[in-house]
Each structure stands twice: as C-alpha cells, then as structure tokens.
Design a protein around this ligand. Structure first.
Ligand SMILES: [Fe+2]
Ligand SMILES: [Fe+2]
Length: 214
C-alpha cells in the first residue's frame, strides 16, 4: 500500500481561491447576459450589479455573491413568454396558479435553473435570490432582499419615487424591501393585474416582524 499524503490548504488560501473562482464566474455570466439579453435589459443588469456592489458591504453581504446573483437574475428574461411557460411546466417549476396568470414572474426561477446548469454547484442563497427576485417570499435572506430591491431601484430605473427607494436601500435594507414591495403591489393594483401570493406573504411577513419588534 502506498503512502497517502494529505495536503492541508490554509483557510486564507481557500478563501482566496474561492474569491478568484467566483470573480471568473461573475465575468462569464455577465458576458453571457450580454449575449442573451437586449441592450436595454443588459444595461439594467449592469445597473443592478453596480448598485449591489455598492450596497452589499453595508449589510455584511458578500459582494461576490451579490454580484453573481445580479448578473444572473434576468438571464431568462428575453425568452418568449410562451417558451418560459412551457419550460417552467416541463421543469416542474409551477407552484401557484398565479405563476401562469402572471408568467412574468417565471424568469426568476428559470434564471436560477440556467445558472446552475452553466456553473454546476451554486450557493443556495444565490439561487434563491435569483429565483425570488420577481415575487419575493416570506423569510427572505439579506441577499434575497438586496437583489429584490436593487432590481427595483438600480440607476437605470426611472419612475416616480425610485430615487427615494434607492436612498432607502443605503440606510435600511428591510424598510427598502418593504417599500419596494408596497410599490410593486400598488402598481399591479393600479393596472388591474393579479398580485402573486408570494409577494403578499413576503410583505406581510416583514410587517409582522416589524410589529413584533415595536
Ligand atoms: Fe427580472
Ligand atoms: Fe431585473
């Protein structure tokens, strides 16, 4: 029997290797988004990435994880909606009747799936942040809240109240997420569109947590 030599890699070196790997992944997925998306949607993705890069350290969120989620979050957005519905059904991603009533929410879950296919193993928090950026969900992690809100507030967005929302994101992640959800619900109500139950539950979850704190 031969001698087994065990090489112990120091933690600092492991972290360095991981940071280098994830930076390469961000660059690869950013390029992919550039190829898959229209120019305007790609500009939006770059806007989300810039905003999360700035804000993530304020809340102790990994900048690399936030940037990877940002560059990947809309990977499936330019697929025709009927294709999105068909793929979501084939991949068993439909969980609520509203997923098909408001199929615009599906591209989050499809993008998470695509990222996993492109990169192999991906941190579950990153996948959740991508999957739920269209609806939110109860009990969101800080990374999920950051991606959800940065998606609404990135510098390319232009609608009444967006500057205030962006400013809020720099001061209170939970308040900003709640404000983003309230704005999204109000907008859907104004347009007479269905509100996804996950968005209602996500909003109520934050409100209940706030009331318990008060
Ligand atoms: Fe999106
Ligand atoms: Fe987006």
């Amino acid at each position: 029997m031969g001698i087994v030599i065990q090489v112990v890699i120091p933690l600092a070196l492991k972290q360095k290797i991981y940071a280098k790997e994830i930076k390469m992944e961000i660059s690869y997925i950013r390029n992919l988004a550039g190829r898959l998306l229209s120019f305007d949607k790609f500009k939006h993705v770059i806007g989300v990435e810039a905003l999360v890069r700035d804000v993530a350290p304020l809340y102790g969120i990994s900048v690399e994880a936030a940037c990877l989620a940002a560059v990947a979050h809309d990977l499936a957005k330019d697929l025709p909606i009927e294709e999105q519905k068909a793929e979501a059904q084939a991949r068993k991603l439909i969980e609520y009747p509203e997923d098909l009533l408001v199929p615009q929410v599906l591209h989050g879950r499809l993008a998470a799936l695509k990222l996993q296919e492109y990169l192999g193993a991906v941190d579950q928090d990153i996948l959740n942040a991508i999957a739920y950026h269209t609806t939110g969900r109860p009990g969101m992690s800080p990374l999920e809240m950051l991606i959800y809100t940065a998606d609404c507030a990135e510098p390319e967005r232009s609608y009444p109240g967006v500057d205030k929302l962006r400013e809020k994101l720099y001061h209170d992640l939970v308040e900003a997420t709640l404000a983003g959800m309230e704005m999204s619900i109000a907008n859907l109500q104004r347009l007479g569109k269905a509100i996804h139950p996950l968005t209602r539950c996500a909003r109520d979850f934050i409100l209940e947590a706030k009331n318990k704190e008060a």
